[in-house]
Design a binder for this molecule. Structure first.
Ligand SMILES: Nc1nc2c(ncn2[C@@H]2O[C@H](COP(=O)(O)OP(=O)(O)OP(=O)(O)O)[C@@H](O)[C@H]2O)c(=O)[nH]1
Length: 518
């Protein structure tokens, strides 16, 4: 069956991208919501501010007109009492004109609209008819629309009717105010300067621009301007041009006294600038936390994936003795990893048991690779059949228990493997090195006299004594030697004798070889 190709994505990569994308997604979402909320807040605030600003100017204009109307009203009542004294009327008109900068000219007209007194007298308008007879017809306090004076200045005319004590209409008293003169009105309009890009302009009832920061636009009418159209129609108090191509945020207020519209406009880019600065600050504030969050998720991801990677790696060599210990060393902090590890440990121990069983069946000791007892027995049977004598060198490591206790079982195994290696290095091809069990080894040397076997054993003992085994350091062995001859005692007796001599060597202080006496 063809192998499926190895997947390209590792668990680590998935977790990394998952952490990154979910953090970026959350951030983008937070950003979007904050952006929308802040935008609404900033736009609303700008609209409120602009509205308040325009209302302030409108109410300033109203106060200006009201104050001058009050002055005219007072003078009208004075004149009504002295209607037959032209010099008094002239004096009153001159006083009004000269009192301050507001009226650049004043006049009194009779009930037919004929100007009877005027100031300054140089105007030469006495005996002329008023340009606009509406205040005469209505007999009401009136503020005119803007019109051009005889001298060509844009002016408004504020008038108050004059009634006798008996309520007979006697004419009016009025004054003209120039729009572009150094007067209270001009100061009102110019008095507000803003640093946030907002500017104000004023239109009259007909939409004609009266005041504008761009002097070229004064006097012009632009009905296409959405702000102008909305202000003239009296649409919603607030309206926003944020979506249109001009990108202006507009508010307006209406002067109650003369119907002027005070329009405040602010380029949306100024609002956007504030919004972008705010978003930059928020981004800078959030960024460290976001990076920390990503790192945290990634670390957790690594914490989860690392043991899995290790388990996968160690599982590749389930058949080795080390794999069991390595798998066991992998920390199992999560249930799933604990389950996988347990399953692998179970498999590893089962596999090793099986392998050992197989080794045993084939006559090999699994740890050292030497012959096992079964293989040894088979060899002895062959030599017996051949009537070939052999020496039995029974070897045991001294105080091996201490090695295990001091350096651990793994170090003990390494020591056993070391001894097996030395044995193999120091014997002939026809000799047979066996691990009889535990830390007991047997070297069978065919057709070898006790003397030669004794030399071999002694050489082994010295080599082992002088060769350090890793952290364990140097170890020693004890050995007992006996010989089997075709016509001698049985194999079992010979082995018993070799074991007895080995026991004697231990009793006599260890690290020695005792050979059967000839
Ligand atoms: N590491 C390891 N230890 C083993 C193995 N088989 C047996 N042993 C240990 O070998 C030790 C043998 O100890 P003892 O029989 O008390 O003898 P000793 O400590 O060598 O002392 P003497 O023989 O009297 O010098 C025990 O601790 C066993 O657990 C093995 O395959 N690997």
């Amino acid at each position: 069956m063809p192998n499926k190709p190895k997947p390209r994505l590792s668990f680590n990569t998935i977790i990394f991208w998952f952490a990154l994308l979910s953090a970026l997604g959350t951030l983008a979402n937070v950003f979007f919501v904050v952006y929308e909320v802040q935008k609404k807040y900033i736009v609303d605030r700008a609209k409120d501010f602009n509205k308040a600003y325009s209302e302030k100017v409108a109410s300033g204009i109203d106060v200006f007109i009201k104050a001058n109307m009050a002055r005219l009203s007072f003078s009208a009542s004075e004149i009504s009492k002295n209607i037959d004294h032209p010099s008094f009327i002239q004096e009153t008109v001159s006083r009004l004109e000269q009192q301050d900068e507001d009226f650049n000219s004043t006049l009194v007209a009779n009930a037919y609209g004929v100007i009877t007194q005027a100031s300054p007298e140089t105007l030469s308008i006495k005996d002329k008819i008023l340009q606009d007879l509406t205040p005469i017809e209505t007999k009401l306090p009136t503020v005119s629309d803007v019109f051009s004076s005889v001298a060509g200045n844009l002016i408004i005319f504020i008038s108050h009717p004059i009634f006798s004590d008996t309520g007979v209409y006697q004419g009016l008293i009025g004054g003209t105010v120039r729009l572009y003169e150094n007067n209270t009105l001009q100061n009102l309009v110019n008095g507000y300067t803003r640093k946030d890009g907002a500017y104000m302009f004023i239109i009259d009832r007909l939409g004609r621009i009266l005041y504008h920061p761009d002097p070229n636009l004064i006097g012009s009418i632009n009905p296409d301007n959405k702000a102008v159209a909305a202000a003239l129609k009296g649409d919603d108090e607030f309206f926003s041009d944020t979506e249109n191509e001009s990108g202006l945020l507009s508010s307006y207020a209406i002067s109650q006294k003369n119907g002027w519209r005070i329009i405040v406009q602010q380029p949306t880019k100024m609002v956007d600038q504030e919004l972008h600065l705010l978003m930059e600050k928020i981004a800078l504030g959030i960024m460290p936390i976001a990076v920390l969050g990503i790192l945290l998720i990634w670390c957790v991801g690594v914490l989860i994936s690392k043991p899995l990677t290790q388990l996968a790696q160690y599982a590749r060599s389930l058949d080795t003795f080390e794999s069991y210990k390595l798998i066991k060393s992998v920390p199992a902090r999560f249930v799933e990893i604990w389950l996988i590890r347990s399953a692998l440990l179970f498999s590893s121990s089962k596999l090793n048991e099986k392998i050992q069983e197989l080794h045993r069946q084939v006559g090999v000791d699994a740890l050292t690779g030497l012959a096992n007892r079964r293989a040894m027995q088979q060899q002895i049977d062959i030599w017996k059949d051949e009537c070939k004598s052999f020496s039995v060198i029974s070897i045991d490591i001294d105080h091996f228990k201490r090695v295990n206790d001091t350096y651990g079982h793994a170090a003990g195994d390494i020591t056993l493997q070391f001894l097996a290696k030395i044995l193999l290095q120091n014997c002939r091809a026809e000799d047979l090195a066996c691990r009889a069990g535990g830390e007991e080894f047997i070297l069978l040397t065919p057709t070898t006299s006790l003397k030669v076997a004794s030399v071999i054993a002694e050489r082994l003992r010295k080599t082992i004594e002088t060769t350090p085994v890793g952290i364990v350091g140097s170890i020693t062995i004890s050995a007992g030697i006996a010989i089997w001859m075709p016509d001698g005692p049985s194999v079992d007796n010979v082995f018993e004798l070799a074991d007895k001599l080995l026991y004697e060597a231990k009793q006599n202080g260890r690290n020695r070889v005792i050979t059967q006496s000839e």
